[in-house]
Design a protein around this ligand. Sequence first.
Ligand SMILES: NC(=O)c1ccc[n+]([C@@H]2O[C@H](COP(=O)([O-])OP(=O)(O)OC[C@H]3O[C@@H](n4cnc5c(N)ncnc54)[C@H](O)[C@@H]3O)[C@@H](O)[C@H]2O)c1
Length: 401
Amino acid sequence: MLKICVMGLGYVGLPICLELSKKYSTTGFDINKLRVSNLKKKKDFNNEFKKQDFSNKKLIFTDKIEEIKSCNFYIICVPTPITKTKKPNLKYVKRCFDIISNILNKNDVIVLESTVFPGVTKNYARKLEIDNKLINNEDFFVCYSPERINPGDKENTLSKINKILAYEGKNKKIKKKLKDVYSKICRNLIFTDKIKEAETAKGIENIQRDLNIAFFNEILLICKKLNIEFNEVIRLAKTKWNFIEFSPGLVGGHCLPVDPYYLTYIANKKNYKSKVTLAGRSVNESMKSYALKTIYKRIKNLKKSKKSNIKICLFGLTYKYGVSDVRNSQNIEIFNLLKRKYKNTLAYDPFLKRNNFNWTKNKLNRYDLYVFLSKGKIFSKIYSNLKNKNKIVDPFFYYTN
Ligand SMILES: NC(=O)c1ccc[n+]([C@@H]2O[C@H](COP(=O)([O-])OP(=O)(O)OC[C@H]3O[C@@H](n4cnc5c(N)ncnc54)[C@H](O)[C@@H]3O)[C@@H](O)[C@H]2O)c1
């Protein structure tokens, strides 16, 4: 009987765990005791799921290795951040493989879903072989399936996303098992027998996006310097059939600011110095200071009496509209810097449920400046309701032309 264990119950792991538990006996395992205790109470502080989503009988949550010993299908969804020196930090992935190594049974299937650089999956599979004196793809089966889940996205939901499954073995029963399990989550499965290629594909998807946004950010900066209207430039350019539009803005989260460093790390090891892959990073990272400069410039232009006790209201704190995730959020950094300088700085973000910024609609129109850092329906509505448009700072021209 199939007994699934999802390791890591964050933005990626929890949705997979909940979906699979509709069909299979599923154990959600996380080393974060608080996360596990909240999930046991059917509380998801990532704000992706409601109480009723936890109603499956075949589902348990645990932080105890003892309770996942009898599982035979492991799905690893743990973080893959970078270190302070921007090198891949694989400690969470390593820990998962160490745990599995201690409880590995013959015929177990292990699927790594975390974003890694090419070669990581096979390196850990090799380590399992050595530690257990067993053979990968004969005694146990290590696969890779990059995750494309897009938290906050109501259109490209888990079941609609094409899912890549990389399995290098020849065992038809294992392939069928993978197909059976993953077809319960996603409608369209794409099989490959090349793990390194699947790892690389995942990396470049995010790097491409990082570069495209960086290009639009740079065009925005150039337009500002040349006193040219950015939105009009884009309106005109996109009338060409092959022009691809992106939005400028603050780039944060666990993926885009991180993944370019994974690929360049391994390329470097092979003496290839990347010329393009990291090119977007510095521009995207600099957009925080661009936004701050825009805000400071507006403050400078205010009357002296206003400046001393200025009241600023900022919209959008999480790294993108629609999610509660604040990892690598430049929005938060901007808020903190402003707050340090101007104590009457407040922020509103409906997606950050645990915030204490105490926003109420009737406070609208009480501020000296309204700063929009995020693009989305709720903020657009607030923007439209603001009477005095002269008080608005919209650094990325999300709402103003
Ligand atoms: N968040 C996204 O939008 C997204 C999208 C696609 C891919 N990814 C990738 O998926 C992976 C997971 O990202 P996430 O956003 O879900 O991270 P997350 O931080 O939201 O969740 C990870 C969870 O793993 C737990 N964990 C850490 N080490 C563990 C261990 N050894 N055993 C069990 N649990 C452990 C943490 O406590 C945490 O709850 C990353 O590689 C990321 O790059 C993320």
